[in-house]
Each structure stands twice: as C-alpha cells, then as structure tokens.
Design a protein around this ligand. Structure first.
Ligand code: TYM
Length: 334
C-alpha cells in the first residue's frame, strides 16, 4: 500500500478550489491508503500574515478539513510545527538542493515579486515541502496543478540525497492531480486563491454563496440578456460541471448559447447547487464548532502518530549522514 501525504496552508478559508483540487481526493484516498494530512503553518509564515489570528486560522482549517470528511480514525491529521522533524529534515535537504532549482520555481518568482526584499524562507519553501513528504516516505501526493513543480523538485531532492548518502532511502513521490486540477477564481483573473479574494468558502452559508456568485465574471460577450454566449469560456459553466447533474449541465450550455437564460438565472441554479452540495459539511462544522477542544485533541493525537514515523526517518537520516548520536537521546527529551 502506498503512503499519501498532502498539506494545506492555514492562510484563509478552505475554498472550493482547495476542495475540488485536493481535499476531495484526500477524503477518497483515506479509505484505501495510509494518509498523512498536514496543516502547514511553517509554510504560511513565509509571507506576510497576522500573528494574532494564526492560531484561530489553524484551528479553523482543521475544523474545515474534518467537516469536509477527513476522518481522524482513518488518516493522520496534524499541524506541521507540532512535529519538529519537518524543519530538521528541511535543513538537511538545503544541503543537497541547488539554489538555481529553487529560483526557477514559478511560485517563488510570483511571490518574490510581492516581497520588498526576498526572504530565504520563501526561497526554501519547496525544500520544507520536500521534507514534509519525504519524512513519511510518502510516494503519492494528491495536489492541484499549481503544486506539480514542487513535487518534481521533491523527487529531485530525494534523488540527490539518496545518491549522496544511501541509495533507495527516500522514494520519489508522484503527484496525483485530480480531475479539477485548476479552479478559476470568481473574478476571472486567474486561479481561485485565498490571497486574491476570489473564492467561495466550502462553509459559506447559502446567501453568502449567492453574494459571491452574483457579481462573478462570465463570458464577456453576454452584455445584454439577449446576447448569446459560449459556455466553454465561462467559469460559471466550468463550475456547473462540478456541482450540477449532467442534464442541468446540458441545459446550462444550451440556454447560454441561445440566450434562453440570462447569466443571473444560470448563476442562481449554480449557487443553489453549490449550497446543497456543502450542506452536510456546514452541519458537521456547526457540530465541531460546539466542541473546539475535540479538534485540539484530534490534532494532538495526529502529531503523536506522525512523530513516530518522523523520528524513525530522521534517525536513519542522521545515521546515513554520519552524525554522532546522542548516547542518551530519549524521544521524551526533545
Ligand atoms: P495551498 O494551501 O495553496 O493549497 C492546498 C491544496 O489546494 C490546491 N488548490 C487548488 N486546486 C485547484 N484549483 C485551485 N484554484 C486551487 N487552489 C489551491 C493546491 O494545489 C493544494 O493541493 N505548498 C502547498 C502546501 C504544502 C504541501 C506540502 C502540499 C506544503 N507541504 C506537501 C503537498 C505536499 C500549498 O501552498 O497549498
């Protein structure tokens, strides 16, 4: 059985891009695979963030994932900074990763443009991501398309470390890209992203979903109600394909092409279907919000399980690299 690892930053709400691109896949994989799902707070601090809200956002992300169907009985859900070996292995990997490889990462190029002086943490972001996955010797990484380059880099890091220290120690992980590899944002200007404010949260109430969809960008050719459109270039149609039944999807396409519906009618059906799809999750989230201590406990138990694997991997890493063991190193000491 292959082992799955994936992560998500606690940098905002869990949105339908995250859900369709990654989280939905995690929920399915937990039935057939050993899964580690990590809330990556050390990644989230590589960009400007609010110190006062990070704890809350981390807990909310955990609640969102549990509401979405992540089951702590089937998979290990934990917070990255609770397992110190992530940063330890990341350091080790910086010693086998060429800077040139990091500088050509598209996410680094995009994000570094937004920083006044480029920080080493942003450059090393994919090294920490490699450590996340390889610490568990995971070989399958379910992610959206925007993470493929980072998964390729972790394969290279694994190859380089193995070549230098111990052949075959780390597997070369494969990205597992779902059907919804890239969900567009509601503003029509690129992918749906927490930092761009063009999202629909999976826990949004029906009226919030409507408020977000109502002004969303559609086919620009449809200026007047009577102008026909091209569904294939409209993001609303793309979303219908994920949330509406096949006959409705067909009806949407027809009524767009023939101007049988105005965009607002098309959006109303979409908003209702999205609200309905996430109704059970909103319900679960309400139950979890009433027992926040339960969420903390799940994360603590997850970190405990993750640590067992992480310590074993790091012990092997240190041994193969010739580092001196502490004679009395007790797990409890650290
Ligand atoms: P993050 O937090 O940006 O996103 C979490 C997951 O959601 C996917 N995703 C999308 N998929 C389709 N369409 C979209 N609009 C969309 N937006 C986000 C992302 O591809 C991702 O799978 N660097 C990672 C977190 C990370 C990680 C890891 C992932 C840290 N360590 C180890 C896998 C393995 C990130 O920032 O994801």
């Amino acid at each position: 059985m292959s082992r799955v690892f994936s992560g998500i930053q606690p940098s905002g709400e869990l949105h339908i891009g995250n859900y369709l691109g990654a989280v939905k896949n995690w929920v399915e994989l937990q039935d057939s695979h050993e899964c580690f799902i990590c809330i990556v707070d050390y990644h989230a601090i590589t960009q400007a963030y609010e110190v006062g809200t990070l704890q809350r956002r981390t807990l909310e992300m955990a609640m969102g994932l549990l509401a979405a169907g992540i089951d702590p009985g089937k998979c290990v859900l934990f917070v990255q900074s609770h397992v110190v070996e992530h940063t330890e292995l990341a350091w080790v990997f910086t010693t086998v990763t060429p800077i040139g490889e990091l500088e050509r990462m598209t996410q680094f190029k995009d994000k570094s443009r937004r920083q006044e002086s480029v920080l080493a943490g942003l450059l090393n972001y994919p090294v920490l991501q490699a450590a996340d996955v390889l610490l568990y010797k995971a070989d399958l990484v379910p992610v959206g398309e925007d993470q493929v380059q980072h998964v390729e880099l972790m394969r290279e890091v694994a190859r380089k470390w193995n070549a230098k220290y111990h052949a075959g120690y780390f597997p070369e992980p494969q990205a597992d890209i779902g059907k919804a590899k890239r969900i567009q944002g509601l503003d029509g200007r690129g992918k749906m992203s927490k930092s761009l404010g063009n999202t629909i949260g999976i826990l949004d109430e029906p009226d919030q979903i409507w408020e977000r969809i109502r002004p969303a960008k559609t086919d620009p050719a449809r200026v007047r109600r009577t102008d026909p459109g091209t569904p294939e270039i409209c993001n609303m149609y793309a979303l219908h394909q994920h949330f509406s039944s096949p006959p409705v999807v067909q009806e949407v396409a027809e009524k767009c092409r023939t101007a049988g519906w105005g965009c607002i009618e098309c959006k109303r059906v979409l908003a209702d279907n999205i609200a309905e799809a996430f109704a059970p999750m909103r319900q679960r989230a309400k139950e979890l919000a009433e027992a926040p201590e339960r969420v903390g406990q799940i994360l603590a138990e997850g970190a405990e399980k993750a640590r067992v694997v992480a310590r074993e991997t790091m012990a092997g890493v240190r041994a193969h690299m010739g580092l001196l063991p502490v004679a009395l190193r007790e797990p409890a000491e650290r």
